[in-house]
Write a new protein. Structure first.
Length: 234
């Protein structure tokens, strides 16, 4: 059987600003992504990558068009509905980690489970941190962790609720090359273990090539969509 479609975007547009200041940031995005794919979205600054991610991850509503994510029609939901729909479906890893500074690593990772009212948040958060090699840093605060360690916590937080989809926006952008490589390997390893689908936003063509599909955006449109020969093991 074919893998299910986890992202189905049809004719998605995004217009920001009013009147003369209005900008057509997305000008008709069509995209279908199936479960287990690792998709890079590449493109120059201002091409609309982050805006596409904001819509596909339910952080922002499209101006027009239809977005279905893991079975939920995001285009019909209001802000509260989007927040609920994101929970359990979507995990996000950002360049600047975005951990909560007043919470320990363990508490940060438990947050999505607590918000979702799930059982045993602390025990599951601990297991997830152990899976990213941070079992010895459970009670450390973000400022007590290196950049690479903070990104491991962010990966654990993104995956702990077992979402169908992970969005990563320049996940190695704040890390040196060696640490970035370790983080990419860790992220891809955890994706293979959990079965989550990846959408990776990047400027970095080398990083994009690690994915099995590379989409290039320019001026609010997809201008190329190529499947590569990468396999899940790489
Ligand atoms: N609130 C806004 N009002 C008007 N235009 C906006 C607004 N936010 C973003 N834009 C414009 O939308 C376009 C796409 O921005 P977006 O951040 O999605 O691009 P990007 O490809 O992710 O760029 P980068 O790689 O630099 O992050 C840019 O031209 C930007 O100036």
């Amino acid at each position: 059987m074919d893998n299910p479609i986890v992202i189905d975007a049809r004719d998605v547009t995004l217009r920001l600003g009013d009147g003369d200041a209005a900008v057509d940031v997305l000008r008709g995005l069509n995209l279908a992504i199936t479960a287990g794919e690792r998709v890079a979205i590449l493109g120059p600054s201002g091409s609309g990558k982050s805006s596409a991610m904001a819509i596909l991850s339910g952080m922002e509503r499209a101006t027009s068009g239809r977005v279905t994510i893991a079975g939920a029609d995001f285009s019909r939901l209001d802000e509260d509905g989007l927040a609920r729909a994101r929970r359990g479906r979507i995990g996000i890893v950002l360049q600047a980690f975005h951990l909560i500074p007043t919470m320990t690593a363990l508490e940060n990772v438990a947050v999505p489970l607590e918000l979702a009212g799930e059982a045993n948040p602390q025990a599951r958060a601990r297991a997830e941190l152990e899976a990213v090699g941070l079992g010895h840093r459970l009670t450390h605060y973000p400022t007590q962790l290196s950049g690479g360690e903070q990104q491991r916590v962010a990966i654990a937080r993104a995956l702990v609720g077992r979402p169908a989809l992970i969005f990563a926006d320049e996940p190695t952008g704040n890390l040196d090359a060696a640490t970035g490589e370790t983080i990419v390997q860790l992220l891809f390893g955890r994706l293979a273990e959990t079965g989550a689908t990846l959408v990776l936003i990047t400027h970095d063509a080398d990083l994009a090539r690690r994915c099995n599909r590379v989409i290039t955006m320019r001026d609010g449109l997809i201008v190329s969509d190529q499947t590569t020969l990468q396999t899940a093991a790489e």
